[in-house]
Design a protein around this ligand. Structure first.
Ligand SMILES: [Zn+2]
Ligand SMILES: [Zn+2]
Ligand SMILES: [Zn+2]
Length: 133
């Protein structure tokens, strides 16, 4: 019996693909591995973005959801105030998550860390659920 730490996660719908699915993730955009992000309260269970498609789930990136890419296009950061959606979050640009590089001894990965602006949408993770760490 350990201390039960409340964990939350942000569930995002699977990508909608216009073309073939990524061979790395089967079109889900994430690897299926999850890590615990403990720098917030409650802790967050975060998904690992697929390194092949960088998160959109598309094999050819034709008509893919570019907002799911770990790296955003330059112009994405240069939007001016007149065009900016006043409801979008300045931290994540309305994506509801941000990409964070993580490393283990043997590999690098990109985490899809939920942004605080989406806190109302966080879903509790049952204690004892499988976690890759
Ligand atoms: Zn993929
Ligand atoms: Zn793509
Ligand atoms: Zn945000």
């Amino acid at each position: 019996m350990g201390v039960t730490v409340e964990r939350m996660t942000l569930l995002l719908p699977d990508p909608v693909l216009a073309g073939p699915a990524c061979s790395g993730c089967g079109g889900k955009g994430i690897t299926g591995d999850q890590y615990v992000w403990s720098e917030s309260t409650p802790e967050l269970l975060v998904d690992v973005l697929c390194p092949v498609c960088t998160g959109c789930g598309s094999a050819d990136h034709v008509g893919c959801e570019t907002t799911r890419h770990a790296e955003q296009d330059d112009e994405y950061d240069e939007y001016d105030d007149e065009q900016a959606d006043p409801t979008s979050c300045p931290s994540c640009g309305g994506r509801r998550w941000w990409a964070c590089q993580g490393f283990t001894d043997t590999e690098a990965y990109t985490l899809r860390v939920p942004c605080g602006c989406s806190e109302a949408e966080f879903t509790p993770v049952p204690a004892g659920s499988a976690v890759t760490r």
